[in-house]
Design a protein around this ligand. Structure first.
Ligand SMILES: NC(=O)c1ccc[n+]([C@@H]2O[C@H](COP(=O)([O-])OP(=O)(O)OC[C@H]3O[C@@H](n4cnc5c(N)ncnc54)[C@H](OP(=O)(O)O)[C@@H]3O)[C@@H](O)[C@H]2O)c1
Length: 248
């Protein structure tokens, strides 16, 4: 018996990076997977990789910050596989720049995707998870939801808010049998990481006790634990996957 046999998992941001690695791992562990994101091409690549490996997957295009897109995602998942047991929310954008040069509109756009999107997804899956007698929601937060660095104010604010949203939802959804947790990566080798190579090198040199970046599989394994029944007593937690960064 695999960890997610019989489960249906939605992975927002499942076309690339951490979301893709999580989608592939979950499918290998028996889940039927729906990947969601704005661009069709990366979703198609993830779906093809999962099917090649013998798993079940489908893709839905849309924006996590748009209620109508999330409604369409949930309806498509229900019609394909009857319901939802697991949500992993890996969708996010980041914006680098001095606080004094960021417009209110750009700040709001980061919150719209990273925080309001998380809320829309969470609220949306609750009725479907109730129908199944419970479920597991995993948000990909960040070490920058716990500590701060300069030049990333909207992202830091959005991830701090996301960690607290997850705790609030965890407490409120206990009666529904729905667990809500956060995986908080430090610096992970993905496309998002390459954009901030200098920043990452500094972190590696000074901030990360393990002394290297993580890989997407490190984060996917933490998501698998929180999605599966192995973590049945765990809700409202923020699991750092950061090589010791936030502990140091
Ligand atoms: N890599 C790191 O070092 C690191 C560290 C800490 C936390 N994280 C977090 O890990 C998660 C995954 O990041 P990643 O490193 O794997 O980067 P990534 O490859 O850029 O993943 C982000 C995903 O989010 C999707 N996305 C962005 N805006 C969206 C929207 N409005 N609606 C739906 N989907 C949207 C993107 O697809 P589309 O563009 O096609 O929509 C993409 O697939 C993020 O939450 C990030 O904040 C990453």
């Amino acid at each position: 018996m695999r960890a997610l046999d019989g489960k249906v998992a939605v992975i927002a941001g499942g076309g690339t990076g951490i979301g893709r690695a999580t989608a592939e791992l979950f499918a290998a562990e028996g889940a039927r997977v729906v990947v969601f994101g704005r661009r069709a091409a990366p979703l198609e690549e993830t779906v093809a990789a999962i099917r090649r490996a013998g798993g079940d997957a489908t893709g839905v295009c849309g924006d996590v910050g748009r209620e109508e897109d999330v409604d369409r995602l949930l309806a498509a998942t229900r019609s394909a596989w009857g319901g939802i047991d697991v949500l992993v929310n890996s969708a996010a954008v980041r914006l680098r720049g001095p606080l004094t040069e960021i417009s209110a509109a750009d700040f709001a756009e980061v919150l719209r995707v990273n925080l309001v999107g998380a809320f829309i997804l969470t609220r949306g899956v609750v009725p479907l998870m109730r129908e199944r007698g419970g479920g597991s929601i995993v948000h990909i937060g960040s070490a920058l939801g716990t500590v701060a660095v300069g030049q990333f104010a909207p992202y830091v604010a959005s991830k701090g808010g996301l960690h607290q949203l997850a705790r609030a939802a965890a407490v409120e959804l206990v009666p529904d049998g729905i667990r809500v947790n956060v995986v908080a990566p430090g610096t992970i080798d993905t496309a998002i990481g390459e954009v901030v190579a200098d920043f990452r090198r500094r972190l590696l040199a000074h901030r990360i006790p393990i002394g290297r970046a993580g890989v997407v599989g490190d984060v996917a394994q933490a998501c698998l634990y929180l999605a599966s029944d192995a973590s049945r007593y765990v809700t409202g937690s923020v699991l750092a996957v950061d090589g010791g960064w936030t502990a140091s």
